[in-house]
Design a protein. Sequence first.
Length: 368
Amino acid sequence: MKHTSHFPLKISGIRRFLHRNRNKILLLAAFALPLLSGCGKDSENTLTILNYGKYLEPEAIKMFEEETGIKVEYEEYITPENMYTKYRAGAIDYDLICTSDYMVEKLIQEGEVQELNFDNIPLKENLDSDYFDFSKSFDPENKYTIPYFFGTVGILYNKDMVDESRVNSWNILWDEAYSGQIIMADSVRDSFMVPLKLLGESLNTTDEKALKQAQDMLIQQKPLVYSYLVDEAQDEMIGNNAAMAVVYSGEAGYALEFNDKLAFSVPEEGSNMWIDSWFIPKSAKQKENAEKFLNFLCREDISMMNFDYVYYATPNIRTRESLDEELQENTTIFPPKETLDNCEVLKPLDDEATMKLNLLWKEVKAAD
C-alpha cells in the first residue's frame, strides 16, 4: 500500500525558520529545548542525542528505547552555531548530533568527528548513493556522516502573476514588471547567492570584486523588492500578496499545499543544495549505541515516520518507493538529480570573510 502523507499539519515552524535563516552571519541568540530525557546519564546504556528542533518523530525515540533497552537523552537546538557552542562547552558528552553541511565540515576540520563503523549500520544501503556523493563536498571520503534530509533554494511564484517561461532564471528577480512584488530572503548568504549565480560565481566565493558586483546588483534590485522576509514569505505567497519569493524547497512544498496557484523553480544558473547529516562527535562515550540508532533511522518504517513528521526530502530509497506516485514525482520536495547536480553545498567562511560579507549586506539593507 502506498503512503499518502498528512503533510500540512506536520511541517515544523522551527525548521522553516531555520532554513530561512541558517546562513545569517548575525545570528539570533538561540536556546536548547529538552524534548525527551532519561533519568540522567548514570547508566552506561544511555545515548545522548543533539538535534534541530522538531526534526525527529518523538514516537521513534520511544520505539528505539523499547526495542533496544537503550535509554535516550534527547536535546534540541535552533541554529548550527548554537549547537557548536553547546558541544564545545563540553558540559555534556553528546553521542550523536545532527546538523548542517557547513558545520559538519567545520567540525571534521577541527578533528571533532569520529569515523563511523558502517558494519554497525547495514541499513545504510537503504540510502540513495547519490546523497553520499553530494556529501563528499563536506565529508570527502564518506567516513563520518549519514545523510538525513536535504533540499534546495529556488523561486516560489504565483502562476497567475508571473510569466512561467522566465522563472528558469534568477534574472526575473530584476524585472521591473514585478516591481513591489518580489520577496527576497532576509539572509546574507541566501540573498548574495542569487546575483553570484547570475555572475557565474560560486556561492562560496570570497573574491572581493565578485562580492562587490553582487552587492551592486542587490542594491539595484532593492526598489523592486516587496520585502526581505524570514518565515513570513510562504504566508505572503499563500495569501497572493506577492508574485514571487526566494525560498527553501521545504517551505515551497508547504505553500503549494495551501495555494494551487503557486509553483516552484530552481533556476538554471544553479542554487544552494543543503544536506543535514548525523555524525558521532569526539565526545561520544556510546559510539556503538549511536551506530545502532543510525541503523534504526535508516529502517524504512522509521524513515517514513520522520519524513511524515518533518516533510523534507529523504535520501531513503525504500521510503520514497513507499510514497504514492504523486508524492514521489513532486519535484519541489524531491528535486531531480540534474537539478541537484547544478547546485552547490554551502561552505563555512572564515571570520574575516564573514565580517566583510556582513558589512556588504548591511549596506544593501541601508541603501535608499
